[in-house]
Design a protein around this ligand. Structure first.
Ligand code: AMP
Ligand code: GLY
Length: 426
């Protein structure tokens, strides 16, 4: 079969890598892809948000299945469009993708169905939101309702910071329409984890747990990014916590969506805060995480395609995934200046050396390939991913590979995986 992956980041690189291992798959296409992906798949110069363009290439190249990486095409309704055209596609449809596309929708659904999450209120009026913030006091969390590329959330330590965040969203409108409504919520404390699962609309097949590292600097300092590294499994998700996440969050969410008339077929990602073994939802995403998918899918044994097809066909019952018992760590190597403005076009050196280590895979996020060389072409450039017998060994192997790669201005966190180590030492 021929498969198209829509998107062009590190998550899409590992999806292409995993899908191309399937014995059922003859050719993989990617739109738009990146430098690294172009070594494994036919990259087509179409953005993942050019939905009509994607329909056209699927017809032109007789693609049998499309797998969608990013949230935007999903919330724009790519799945509905493809299905209307008789094209097979994996992902949440437009109605179901609201679980990520509108934080107010997600919060109201959780409240209605008793899914544990922070206390909150939704406002479409700036003055009412400001009055609520002043009444509740700090710390408090201010969120733009719509998609804001991970930048629409402020965890405010003071009322003044919260009011400033509110004004950025509702007065200066820095996120445009995404800020027409805001969610103001209670700050949760604990340790974060990502829990990502497949669903066929009824059943939930969980993937291995993982943990992201959102802030740009070590020890979670500095502004949030798309994610500076991740590891899997996350020790904070003990077997008991896993059970609670499934029973109290994932299964109820899938049931709630079905009951509301939005059966969820695709990947559901819960961003969680876990305190004393009690998980609460920070957010839902309608897709695979990035960079979490890198350490999660390198640990997945077997073929991804039958699972994807079972989600589409409503036949997940009885399917199981076996996981490599090794731990995986992914360190994101970024351009100088990211998550602010950064330069592109720097020559990346040492990739071959890094990849020659057993158990190391370098997934490309923002790269291009020109005249036999890889160049930086984005904020997050590479996701260097390594497997080790335990988290400690995975960290060592991954950072050894990272140290072999270089370009002018490269920046990465040196503490990816540290939180997992603290569990080992307890
Ligand atoms: P979100 O996009 O909603 O996951 O928020 C981005 C980040 O903000 C999360 O990964 C958390 O670190 C933080 N965050 C969001 N909501 C809360 C909350 N209610 N309490 C504490 N931190 C939060
Ligand atoms: N790594 C966070 C996300 O994918 O949303």
């Amino acid at each position: 079969m021929k498969v198209l992956v829509a998107g062009g980041g590190g998550r899409e690189h590992i999806l292409v890598w995993k899908i191309s291992q399937s014995p059922q798959v003859k050719e993989v296409y990617c739109a738009p892809g990146n430098g690294g992906i172009s070594q494994k798949a036919h990259c087509l110069d179409i953005e993942a948000t050019d939905l009509q363009g994607l329909v056209r290439i699927c017809k032109d190249h007789m693609i049998d299945l499309t797998v969608v990486g990013p949230e935007l095409p999903l919330t724009m309704g790519i799945v509905d469009l493809f299905q209307g055209e008789g094209l097979k596609i994996f992902g949440a449809n437009r109605a179901a993708a609201q679980i990520e596309g509108s934080k107010a929708f997600a919060k109201d659904l959780m409240r209605q169905y008793g899914i544990p999450s922070a206390e909150y209120q939704v406002f479409d009026n700036r003055d009412e939101a400001a009055a609520y913030i002043s009444k509740k006091g700090a710390p408090i969390v201010v969120k733009a309702d719509g998609l804001a590329a991970g930048k629409g959330v402020t965890v405010a330590e003071t009322v003044q910071d919260a009011l400033e965040a509110l004004d950025r969203i509702m007065v200066k409108k820095v996120f445009g329409e995404a800020g027409e409504r805001v969610v103001i919520e209670e700050r949760l404390v604990g340790e974060e984890a990502s829990f990502i699962a497949f669903s066929d609309g009824e059943r939930v097949l969980p993937m291995a747990s993982s943990q992201d590292h959102k802030p740009i600097y070590d020890d979670d300092k500095g502004p949030n990014t798309g994610g500076m590294g991740a590891y899997s499994p996350a020790p904070v998700v003990t077997p008991q916590v896993h059970q609670r996440i499934m029973q109290e969050i994932m299964i109820p969410a899938i049931k709630a969506l079905a009951a509301e008339g939005y059966p969820y077929r695709g990947v559901l990602y819960a961003g969680l805060m876990i305190q004393d073994g009690v998980p609460k939802v920070l957010e839902f995403n309608c897709r695979f995480g990035d960079p979490e998918t890198q350490p999660v899918l390198v640990r997945m044994n077997g073929d991804l395609i039958p699972i994807v097809e079972a989600c589409i066909g409503g036949s997940l019952a009885g399917l199981r995934i076996s996981w490599d018992p090794r731990a995986a760590v992914c360190v994101v190597m970024a351009s100088q200046g990211y998550p602010g403005a950064y330069e592109k076009g720097k020559i990346i050196r040492g990739l071959e050396e890094a990849e020659s280590t057993e158990g190391v895979y370098v997934f490309h996020a923002g790269t291009s390939f020109k005249d036999g060389e890889f160049l930086s072409a984005g904020g997050r450039v590479l996701g260097v991913t390594g497997l080790g017998r335990g988290i400690r060994e995975a960290i060592e192997i991954t950072y050894e590979a990272v140290s072999q790669i270089n370009w002018e201005g490269v920046h990465y966190r040196r503490d990816i995986g540290k939180k997992a180590l603290s569990w080992l030492e307890e």
